[in-house]
Design a protein around this ligand. Structure first.
Ligand code: ZN
Length: 254
């Protein structure tokens, strides 16, 4: 009953089928591996994992980060964002979800159910990259932690200058009006406590701006989960008092 398929399509189909049985290539070193990463690169990435992932030095915001933005982890995030290796998000999102679940008993409790909202990219940036890495990471995070994902909960309404070139004060000014809550999701989100998801935590200016935007709409925010933390933050710093690790110090370090 089926008409014969053109040869090109058959080849394409065969190649896709073959791809299912062939080993992947490690996105960092290109060696073939049946896993997301080869054992050697996996070790290098795991060396960046933090032993104390939770930090409460940010005013009003718990921060849970899987690891330090250095070495193998930095390379892996770069490979996801700039080389388009989207399957890396599965590894990062699942690891981050497990870390959040492990930290959960020590985090401030909320009577409302948790909702996950990724930090959005500006539409122009989204068009250039083709995907929002925070959203991809959030999908796997939610799959593991069994939490609802509001991919479009926050919108980026203003293009901002690249944050890495700015100090903390300038970052905050740069981001002051950057976000808006999606009008169709405000009511739903008001019944939840939002946890934000991003790939990298630098000075906290992005997370604070997103949290302020949500709170101005009457939405409660628990904190932010990021794969990596970029500032010079020793695991011991998360145990010290907020005064010792406040934004002024973070600015000097960032
Ligand atoms: Zn490798």
């Amino acid at each position: 009953m089926h008409r014969l398929l053109p040869a090109a399509l058959i080849n394409q189909g065969q190649q896709q089928l073959l791809g299912l049985f062939l080993a992947n290539h490690c996105p960092l070193c290109q060696r073939s591996t049946p896993a997301a990463l080869c054992p050697s690169c996996c070790r290098q990435v795991r060396q960046c994992q933090s032993v104390a992932p939770c930090d409460r030095s940010q005013p009003g915001l718990s921060v849970v980060s899987w690891g330090r933005y250095e070495g193998g982890l930095r390379q892996l995030i770069g490979s996801l964002k700039y080389d388009g290796h989207k399957d890396i998000a599965q590894f990062l999102g699942t690891e981050l979800g497990q870390t959040w679940l492990d930290q959960r008993p020590a985090l401030p409790r909320s009577p409302r159910p948790t909702a996950i909202v990724p930090i959005p990219l500006h539409p122009t940036k989204l068009q250039q990259r083709g995907f929002n890495q925070a959203d991809l990471i959030a999908r796997w995070f939610c799959r593991l932690a069994q939490l609802p994902l509001y991919s479009q909960g926050l919108l980026r309404v203003q293009a901002t200058q690249a944050q890495h070139s700015l100090g903390y004060g300038d970052r905050q000014r740069n981001l002051a009006q950057a976000f808006a809550v999606a009008p169709g999701q405000v009511n739903q989100l008001r019944n939840t406590t939002v946890w934000l998801i991003d790939d990298i935590f630098t000075t906290g200016a992005t997370a604070q701006s997103a949290a302020q935007t949500l709170r101005r709409s009457g939405i409660s925010v628990g904190g932010v989960c990021t794969v990596a933390r970029a500032i010079a933050w020793s695991d011991a710093a998360s145990e010290t008092s907020p005064a010792e690790t406040g934004p002024a110090n973070i600015s000097a370090l960032g």
